[in-house]
Design a protein around this ligand. Sequence first.
Ligand code: UTP
Length: 302
Amino acid sequence: MAQKVRKAIIPAAGLGTRFLPATKAMPKEMIPIVDKPTIQFIIEEALASGIEDILIVTGKAKRSIEDHFDANVELEQNLKEKGKNELLKLVEETTGINLHFIRQSYPLGLGHAVLQAKAFVGNEPFIVMLGDDLMEDDVPLTKQLINDYEKTHASTIAVMQVPKEDTDKYGIIKPSGKVDKNLYNVEAFVEKPKVEDAPSDLAIIGRYLLTPEIFEILASQKPGAGNEIQLTDAIESLNKIQRVFAHEFKGKRFDVGDKFGYMKTSIEYSLAHPDLKDEMRDYLIELGKQLEGKKPAVKKEK
Ligand code: UTP
């Protein structure tokens, strides 16, 4: 029988430079989509997938993540006294989760952030979830990976088709045949290849199910692309000693780590938000009318 997948790691120690100056003193994981910090969506996906314990790898200026998931007695008392029960419920939903925190003192790369979780994980399979990607599907993507693991007992990396011209922004796989509907054998994992060298258009997105053997590899891993200790390079080495599969995600991915992706996500989520959806739709229709007929925006040369 496969070991139960109970633990998840959320690396959140990056510098978030794409959102400066907002991220100078505030973690990018706390930037809200409408009214909920992005990291809360990630934690909800973990819990909906049966994860019991979550380790958040934090760095400088990340205290507000810990505070967000801690009880705020004064606020709760105030909402109770004023009879604001709906808001009280929202506040209470952020507490009582088995969260653990560890600091990554220097942001030496995603692989290095994951390595900080070695003692927390022990000898179990585990999940890595990146806060930059919000995933929507009937079954949460993390749960889809766990379902695969129960059949294969092997590491499985979530991938998704991206436009060919964007392959240099991602880790890209070289697939070598399907083993199941959405499951590929993988010949190679390549971090941010040049577009002309990309072995496919299947990109690694922010969910990984890994076996604990990855830690030994990470511990002796040399810096790779961008002079960072890359998780993709460690996965490439893992694939040489045990099978690593790729699971193609067919749901909807929102890239909130990028400014334009973040703005699109905010608009789409507000169109589904019970307090905002009607007003937002009317506003967008009105805005669309105003923009209609205007010259198309000239694309800036790269
Ligand atoms: P990103 O490449 O998105 O880096 O890291 P970043 O610093 O967060 O953002 P930009 O690109 O400067 O705007 C992917 C994920 O890995 C984490 C980040 O917090 C993010 O969730 N990470 C990255 C770490 O935890 N530690 C690191 O050393 C690097």
